[in-house]
Design a protein around this ligand. Structure first.
Ligand code: NAP
Length: 452
């Protein structure tokens, strides 16, 4: 091998940091250039994890340790595809690992989806977490009724944020603008709508159980919805269906009593959104009744032809995330992921030399934060196997990248500069009795990052 192996990682979220960790763990002196579009690192842990779940943000301590390791260079505020291309990164490094996640929402493709009051959960989540892209979104919390489409953990995050009182939220690092807007919320009814049944809901049981423990919630589940068809009974009986069994137990408890809070929170099953209606803004949603069809473990929602209208002023679609394509990188449009096998990016003529993917942009938006450790580990394992062939000639690495960005007038933020922003957010938090007050605009972050 000629000199230190130099690897660029695109994206400073969980999969990026776990890839860096796995590269350092190889113990062969790998140098890492980590690039992120925002000045702030940590991706979804900073701007996706709900603020009332601070424990899920603990991995940041690990990521911080990785960022301070010798051989690590951070380039925040640098957009790959705009400021530097993947090809240029490949020329300056022996390998490039794409870890830029899946940040776009999956649309429903129904009429009325773009009406005022109809939102992607990604917008709401980014907004309450202070992500600069969503800083100027607005939500009309003077509405009394909200419908959330999808039964995964993001749907529960959205519901919880609507259910939690501001006194609770004030103790978190929720963005200031969201705290102010939610303080005036008049939402009194929330429906979490699944196209399949309770045995197919994707909630993790801990999060499902938490909803019922919120003082403001009155969770409502119809006992009739908990009568399973034979295929669902078989799914629930499987030895591996631990989470399903727990969820069904929680739903059964909710059917008996879901707390006596002022906000009704319904779980509706076997219903698909058909149309969102209203005069200039959301006033109602039409839900089509489904039945389940197909074999156990691959049952699908089939329309029965029956439908009902539900009045509502807000609709959130929480039906999954998809990734964006990068110029020149093979992309699977249907799944919204980079085309890859075991982490090697695959083009028309097979694996692209030196190009890899890990995390949500490799496998789609599934799993919890820790799932990315194994995913990035798998990618680094194949990268390590390829390294002897890749690292024949020296590459400029982080130093060469810094020169290129400088020449283009790109104001990149290194890790020390980020720590200045971090310290200032913490200071502002202390001042207002909160754990952190986030900067929500890139310019504000850059202002602090570049000051001495
Ligand atoms: P998800 O778990 O995949 O759930 C998506 C939901 O949307 C499913 O109920 C799915 O139903 C439904 N859906 C998809 N397309 C639909 C359509 N056209 N019409 C109606 N419903 C539709 O996705 P997510 O909630 O976005 O979460 C993404 C990942 O992040 C998950 O792995 C999740 O566990 C994780 N996450 C974890 C936490 C946490 O640990 N606290 C918090 C947030 C997110 P089907 O099942 O029928 O497809």
């Amino acid at each position: 091998m000629a000199g230190a192996p130099r690897v660029a990682i695109v994206g400073a979220g969980p999969s990026g940091f776990y890839a860096a960790e796995a590269l350092f763990d190889l113990g062969i002196g790998v140098e890492v250039s980590m690039i992120d579009r925002l000045p702030s690192p940590f991706g979804l842990v900073r701007s996706g994890v709900a603020p009332d779940h601070p424990n899920l943000k603990k991995p940041i301590e690990t990521y911080d340790g990785i960022a301070r390791a010798p051989g690590f260079t951070y380039f925040g505020n640098v957009e790959v595809g705009r400021d530097v291309s993947v090809d240029e990164l490949l020329q300056m490094h022996h390998a490039v690992v794409l870890c830029y996640g899946a940040s776009r929402d999956t649309g429903l493709g129904i009429a009325g989806e773009t009406l005022a009051g109809s939102h992607a959960a990604t917008e709401f989540v980014g907004w309450y977490n202070g992500h600069p892209d969503f800083r100027d979104c607005s939500f009309d919390f003077s509405q009394e009724s909200a419908v959330i489409i999808g039964q995964g953990n993001v749907a529960l995050d959205v519901a919880r944020l609507l259910l939690r009182g501001v006194d609770e939220l004030r103790k978190t690092d929720i963005a200031e603008h969201a705290l102010d807007a939610l303080a005036a919320s008049r939402v009194r009814e929330i429906r979490i709508v699944g196209r399949r049944g309770p045995a197919q809901a994707k909630f993790t049981s801990r999060e499902l159980g938490e909803i019922g423990s919120l003082p403001s919630a009155d969770v409502r589940v119809s006992p009739a919805d908990l009568v399973l068809n034979p295929a669902s009974r078989e799914e629930a009986a499987a030895r591996t269906a631990v989470n399903v069994k727990k969820n069904l137990g929680i739903f059964a408890r909710y059917a008996l009593s879901g707390g006596g809070g002022p906000v009704a929170c319904y779980f509706n099953f076997l219903e698909s959104p058909l149309e969102i209606g209203g005069d200039g803004r959301v006033e109602r949603i039409t839900l089509g009744k489904n039945r389940l069809g197909g074999e156990p473990f691959s049952q699908r929602a089939l329309a029965t032809g029956a439908a009902r209208e539900v009045s509502c002023g807000l609709v959130f679609r929480a039906v999954g995330y998809r990734g964006d394509a990068l110029p020149g990188v093979p992309f699977d449009e249907r799944r919204g992921v980079v085309r890859s096998e075991s982490g090697r990016v695959i083009g028309e003529e097979g694996a692209i030399t030196g190009l890899y993917a890990a995390g949500w942009i490799k496998r789609g938006a599934t799993g919890i934060i820790g799932t990315n450790r194994a995913c990035s580990g798998e990618t680094v394992e194949v990268l390590a196997a390829d390294l002897p062939a890749l690292a024949q000639a020296p590459r400029g690495g982080a130093a060469a990248l810094a020169v290129l960005l400088d020449g283009r007038g790109v104001r990149s933020v290194d890790y020390t500069a980020w720590l200045r922003v971090d310290a200032e957010e913490l200071r502002r938090g202390t001042e207002s009795g909160r754990p952190r007050c986030k900067f929500t605009r890139v310019d504000e972050m850059l202002g602090v990052a570049v000051s001495t």
